[in-house]
Design a protein around this ligand. Structure first.
Ligand SMILES: O=C(O)CCC(=O)C(=O)O
Length: 266
């Protein structure tokens, strides 16, 4: 998916401006944390949740970063609308109506969120287990990822095979990288596989912006009829689940794993 390059370049410079405004505070925090934690992801992120009326987003002040909030909100709306179009294409590819996921109620109040990411260039990546972002797949329907062109992102096409083979993802100026998420994998009974990916540290500072399209919280995610047959029955490991229950469980597991790593390495 290709957008006007200039527009995306300008947007990334606004993302950097926030990161720089936080630099002093972050540097002292990061050096304290990396003294005690050996094995961790070194990414730093600013999250923007849904823009619905009662959202709990916290923004830098207008005085510190003029028009920053409005830039992020405009980006959020535009990328959400691009994401919805992509989801219509997924529906068509599955021989469903293009508004299938809308009719299902998956997209009337999507729990989409934006993650502005910074990977520091000065983290010692020689130790085993230190990544920009360790291997994972995204949880939702799909993710639109914008990067600043600095390498580091890798994908593993055959995620269940061992040993895993990782390929660099080349960056294309003005284009988004689109990753399928785990809920889409459940819906499609693995016809659309979620993308296992990670970010390696290269010694060069890197910025990226991930936009996660997650379905409405009450939506039930279950194998679509058009994606199963006698020869391809619904996978037993994918029973129907409410979208927000699924997300909560994944966030809980991620937090537990991260706490485990910290305990082991302190
Ligand atoms: O920074 C990137 O290129 C990937 C980000 C990512 O994988 C994530 O936020 O889940």
């Amino acid at each position: 998916m290709v957008w006007r390059k200039n527009c995306l370049r300008k947007f990334l410079s606004r993302v950097r401006s926030f990161s720089h405004s936080q630099l002093k505070r972050r540097k002292s925090l990061l050096s304290r944390i990396t003294e005690v934690i050996q094995k961790c992801d070194s990414k730093e992120g600013f999250y923007v949740g849904t823009l619905a009326e009662n959202h709990q987003n916290q923004w830098p002040s207008e005085e510190d970063l003029p028009s920053w909030r409005s830039t992020m909100e405009a980006y959020y709306e535009k990328v959400l609308s691009a994401g919805m179009k992509l989801i219509s294409l997924v529906a068509l590819a599955l021989n469903l109506d293009e508004d299938f996921f809308q009719k299902l109620g998956a997209l009337n109040e999507p729990m989409a969120f934006l993650r502005l990411l910074h990977y520091p260039g000065d983290v010692d990546s020689s130790r085993e287990g230190v990544y920009g972002a360790s291997a994972h797949s995204d949880y939702g329907m799909l993710t639109l990822l914008l990067t600043d062109g600095v390498p580091g992102l890798q994908v593993c096409r055959e995620k269940s095979k061992q040993p895993q083979v990782w390929e660099d993802v080349p960056s294309m100026s003005g284009a988004f990288i689109v990753n399928i998420g785990d809920m889409m994998e459940r819906w499609t009974n693995c016809l659309f596989r979620s993308t296992m990916h990670r970010v390696m540290l290269t010694g060069e500072e890197r910025y990226s912006v991930a936009f996660f399209v997650e379905p409405n919280k009450d939506c039930i995610v279950e194998c679509l009829e058009s994606c199963c047959s006698e020869s391809c029955p619904p996978r037993y490991r994918f029973p129907p689940i409410r979208s927000s229950d699924y997300l909560e469980e994944r966030f809980r597991l991620a937090a537990t794993a991260s706490a485990e790593n910290h305990r082991i390495n302190i």
